[in-house]
Design a protein around this ligand. Structure first.
Ligand code: ZN
Ligand code: ZN
Length: 266
């Protein structure tokens, strides 16, 4: 077995062929050698991408999947796609519904439609008793209001790629949502996010890559892949004054509790 310095779980990565045309196997192998022992592969974008995420998870014991409609794609959801996604969402290796939420920065879909689809999938998560993975950008109050009105606390979940401030973080924690930090936390100007990463309760934090986006410092600008979660974890450990090993163990336990994923050594 290769030397594994730490055991980390990447709680949010996109691994479909659109981003990794050479296939996911080598990418996963590199991450495993870097100590990443679990991958939550996000199945959004199109039915084909959702099915690809499910396929990856079905074939590998250290990969799990989520199913949802990204707010960018809310306008593309019709009855037929919704029915297909509902079938996918019930699969046993689907550990969460998402990413879902609101993105009022890009506004790729009309805001009203984003809100409808977001509510619909929180309701689905409650029916399936699965946690939700939230994407939120430039819509903090609207996101928290919908989570609250739709009783998302019943299933809880996580705020992925956390990029809000401490006041938002406190409200999200109160609603039963953990905070998942991506490479953004390592960026020089991300002082609000760094403050939250240093302060948040140890049992409520997670780390992720959001591959292929947002590679952490010192790899900024490169295609991000799950192995890079190590840099984010090391940086967050530094902010919190704990060792990388402690941070890895804590966040892996948190991921296991929140998503039911457990580290598997291959
Ligand atoms: Zn996102
Ligand atoms: Zn994502």
């Amino acid at each position: 077995m290769p030397f594994v310095p730490v055991m980390l779980i990447d709680t949010h990565c996109h691994l479909d062929s659109e981003y990794f045309p050479e296939g996911a196997d080598e990418t996963l192998a590199r991450a495993r050698s870097a100590g990443v022992t679990g991958f939550v592969c996000v199945g959004v974008g199109s039915l084909a991408q959702t099915e690809a995420a499910l396929g990856l998870a079905a074939r590998r014991s250290d990969v799990w999947a989520t199913v949802g409609v990204h707010p960018h794609d809310a306008a593309t959801l019709d009855d037929q796609l919704e029915a297909a996604l509902l079938r996918c969402a019930a699969a046993p290796r689907v550990v969460a519904i998402g990413e879902i939420g609101l993105d009022f920065h890009y506004d790729h879909s009309p805001r009203e439609r984003q809100e409808e689809v977001f509510r619909r999938f929180v309701q689905l998560a409650r029916q399936l008793k699965k946690p939700v993975v939230i994407h939120t950008r430039s819509a903090p109050d609207e996101t928290l209001r919908i989570l609250s009105e739709e009783n998302a606390a019943e299933v809880g979940g996580l705020i992925h790629c956390f990029s809000e401030n401490k006041a938002f973080a406190q409200r999200a924690l109160d609603l039963g949502f953990d905070l998942s930090f991506s490479g953004i936390v390592t960026f020089k100007r991300a002082t609000d996010i760094q403050e939250v990463a240093a302060w948040a309760p140890a049992d409520r934090i997670l780390v992720e890559t959001d591959s292929p986006y947002l590679a952490p410092v010192p790899l900024r600008g490169k295609r991000c892949e799950p192995a890079h979660v190590l840099h984010t974890a090391r940086f967050v450990a530094g902010l919190r004054g704990v060792s990388l090993e402690q941070l890895a163990e804590q966040t892996s336990q948190n991921a296991q509790r929140r998503l039911g994923v457990s580290a598997v050594l291959n």
